[in-house]
Design a protein around this ligand. Sequence first.
Ligand SMILES: NC(=O)c1ccc[n+]([C@@H]2O[C@H](COP(=O)([O-])OP(=O)(O)OC[C@H]3O[C@@H](n4cnc5c(N)ncnc54)[C@H](OP(=O)(O)O)[C@@H]3O)[C@@H](O)[C@H]2O)c1
Length: 279
Amino acid sequence: MDYREFSKTGVRVSVIGMGTYYDPAWIVLSRLGIRRGYRRRLEALRVGLEGGINFVDTAEIYGSEPLVGEAIRGFNRDELFIATKVWPSHLRYDDVIKAARRSAARLGAKYIDLYQIHFPNRRVPISETMRAMEYLADNGVIRFIGVSNFSLDQIIEAQGALKKYEIVSVQLPYNLIDRKIESDIIPYTRKNRLALIAYYPLGHGRLIREFPKEALELVRKRHGYRTPAQIALNWLISKYDNVFPIPRASNPEHVKEDLGAVGWRLDEDEIRIIEGFFH
Ligand SMILES: NC(=O)c1ccc[n+]([C@@H]2O[C@H](COP(=O)([O-])OP(=O)(O)OC[C@H]3O[C@@H](n4cnc5c(N)ncnc54)[C@H](OP(=O)(O)O)[C@@H]3O)[C@@H](O)[C@H]2O)c1
């Protein structure tokens, strides 16, 4: 596994993480205590952790915090980077604090490495939410603050609302078929040294099904046979050094394959040519 510094935190995080949003049915059933496909998902996360992935992303809404908590048991907590998110209905001061404590408890963790605002909520002033975030950081419940699904203006406003800490990451959809953020948010994160957590790195699975044959052929010439998932993930980590894709895999075989996205690197020409196949 390769690691890179996560923003200005000084923390070395694996270049690929693991996402744990499954599907709406999983969320509903997990609330009812029904754990459909639990063993397989647990095994998938453990395959990733054993393969050197130290970054797992979850959210209070996903219903997967207890699963992540069980998966990380037995691994050295200090070497892991566990990220979760607060849902937009919990962005009032007291609600943020309660939500973070509940998430930490579900994760079985003393602290959360990265606490992210899942979506903005126009009805709650960002200054109120950020005051709570700073309280959590001051009290060791969380280590770092991130945002997700914020526009560039909202990111700047959120940073302006923080008095002592900096936002370390932004989580947004980013992949070979959705490159909207390259025009504004990627340049901002690079200039300000924020990490960019790429969700839907496999286009929610679409990239696997519709990967151009020409791209497979091109990569094979210099890197040997690589699968669509491996190329799609490698493109994300080779193009910019502040990007961390978080593919989700419930299938342990998929995680094994995704681990093969690391340890080699597309060069600038290959990156450009591959992008051309997606136009
Ligand atoms: N911040 C947000 O608002 C937000 C929104 C959406 C998602 N996310 C985060 O981003 C993560 C990833 O998003 P996503 O799960 O929707 O999309 P994704 O990672 O782009 O795609 C996941 C799909 O790809 C499949 N897959 C993974 N590796 C594969 C491989 N090697 N070969 C074939 N298929 C493979 C998975 O199958 P199996 O599951 O069957 O293995 C799953 O169907 C989520 O889990 C979540 O943590 C965040």
